[in-house]
Design a protein around this ligand. Structure first.
Ligand SMILES: Cc1cc2nc3c(=O)[nH]c(=O)nc-3n(C[C@H](O)[C@H](O)[C@H](O)COP(=O)(O)OP(=O)(O)OC[C@H]3O[C@@H](n4cnc5c(N)ncnc54)[C@H](O)[C@@H]3O)c2cc1C
Length: 398
């Protein structure tokens, strides 16, 4: 398994539980602990986490975000949205947690049964399962799984360049770490203008705060993924003059210990498997970071893949098509939700920003039954995911 973030450790855990021998190779020198952002787990992913015995710890580390304030450009008074209540009223189960905390919990759950190789990466995969590594001698494996994220190395080696599968869905996003006192526990403060949003939040157990920037562009911006100075410049240009507070976030850009910048792209592969290689999580079917519930999708995908492999006695020729069939509906629905969400989250017009802020405010004060009805028509990602049943693959799945 290549990648030890969310999909990788969940897959490794379940494979080991079913009796497979598993090796996970991770490019980072250790489990990432400084980057990351708040991610969501919906019903099926929570059920799987419960079966792994980590749900109480996940709930313990939940970010605890209850309120979102939205300050629109050119408007003096912010609107306050009761996001906690909207979530609780519209979906049965949901938790928000920092991705790195989640990753550590999944890693800890399986670490004693799984071999982890950090600071390493796959350089070649032969048809016979021979895998070459950057810093280790080649070894042979029955099955190779790319769980190495949106810019997957395994996918590139086996399926070809990313550009063949990725579709730009209308925006860019950035995350940076800022001092904790720039945010408030339990509250996301968002600054919203036509085509751009900057939001700052922290969590009880975080030592810092995170700012997430989302902005719309008609086409993908021109930058190299390793050219951080250029990315910072693009971010400054996109948010110039939005608000004094946003200027203060931008002033942290040169000192921040963690910075992330990417376009919002969606992966569309007809199949995620070739020979004895398959893909899981963002590597295979990222609907778009931050817009399509991709963390939950990664957890469910990993569980389903392990289950199908167990049922097929390790025969990938039977397991991989079954895995793709089981996941197809959830992937397609997440994809189509994400395309709409990328636009809805950051409206292009002033009227759109007004509507977003005020519909949100209204939703937060409506009776729970009405919220449920409204969200159902809007088809929230939590409801899309809740439609995915968690199958029992083996007696030991429960
Ligand atoms: C800014 C941002 C905001 C987001 N917000 C949300 C949100 O609100 N809600 C939500 O559900 N999701 C959100 N996401 C998405 C979420 O982070 C991912 O969907 C989730 O982490 C996917 O998990 P994964 O394990 O498939 O991939 P990743 O988390 O991307 O992990 C891939 C792993 O592979 C490793 N790796 C990479 N290359 C190699 C290599 N060559 N060899 C070995 N290892 C390698 C990486 O170091 C990493 O550990 C957001 C993502 C971003 C970037």
């Amino acid at each position: 398994v290549s990648g030890a973030s969310v999909a990788g450790p969940v897959l490794a855990y379940w494979l080991a539980r079913y009796g497979f021998e598993v090796t996970v190779v991770e490019r980072a020198p250790e489990l990432r602990k400084t980057g990351g952002h708040a991610v969501d787990l919906f019903e099926p992913a929570m059920e799987i986490s419960q079966r792994m015995g980590v749900l109480p710890a996940i709930e313990e580390l939940a970010t605890g975000t209850e309120t979102m304030t939205v300050l629109r450009e050119g408007v003096a008074r912010p609107v306050s949205i009761n996001v906690g209540r909207i979530f609780r009223s519209s979906i049965r189960r949901h938790v928000e947690i920092m991705r790195d905390d989640l990753s550590e919990l999944y890693f800890d759950a399986g670490r004693d049964q799984v071999e982890y190789l950090f600071d390493n990466s796959i350089t070649a995969i032969g048809d016979d399962g021979e895998v070459s590594f950057e810093h280790a001698p080649p070894r042979r494996f029955d099955i190779v799984v790319g769980a190495d994220g949106l810019h997957s190395n395994v996918r590139r080696l086996v399926f070809g360049p990313e550009s063949e599968f990725s579709t730009f869905i209308g925006g860019h996003l950035a995350v940076l770490s800022v001092p904790k006192d720039m945010a408030e526990d339990g509250v996301i403060h968002a600054h919203l203008g036509p085509g751009r949003m900057a939001a700052v939040y922290t969590a009880r157990k975080l030592d810092d705060a995170r700012v997430i920037f989302l902005f719309r562009t008609d086409t993908e911006l021109d930058y190299h993924h390793r050219d951080v100075p250029r990315q910072r410049e693009l971010l400054r240009e996109a948010f110039a003059g939005q608000h004094q507070r946003v200027d203060r976030f931008l002033a942290e850009l040169d000192d921040t210990p963690a910075f992330y910048f990417d376009s919002i792209t969606q992966l569309r592969l007809d199949t995620w498997s070739r020979g004895r290689v398959t893909l899981v999580g963002d590597a295979g079917y990222c609907p778009g970071p931050a817009v399509g519930g991709s963390t939950s999708l990664a957890v469910v995908g990993a569980y389903v893949l392990a289950g199908e492999l167990a049922e097929a006695g390790g025969d990938h020729r039977r397991a991989f098509p079954a895995y793709e069939r089981d996941m197809a509906d959830m992937v397609l629905r997440s994809r189509s939700f994400a395309v709409g969400a990328a636009k809805r989250l950051v409206p292009g017009s002033r009227a759109g920003t007004w509507a977003l802020a005020n519909v949100g405010r209204l939703l937060g004060v409506l009776p729970a039954g009405v919220i449920r009805k409204v969200m159902k028509t809007g088809n929230s990602i939590g409801q899309v995911h809740a439609a995915m049943p968690v199958r029992d693959y083996m007696p030991s799945s429960k």
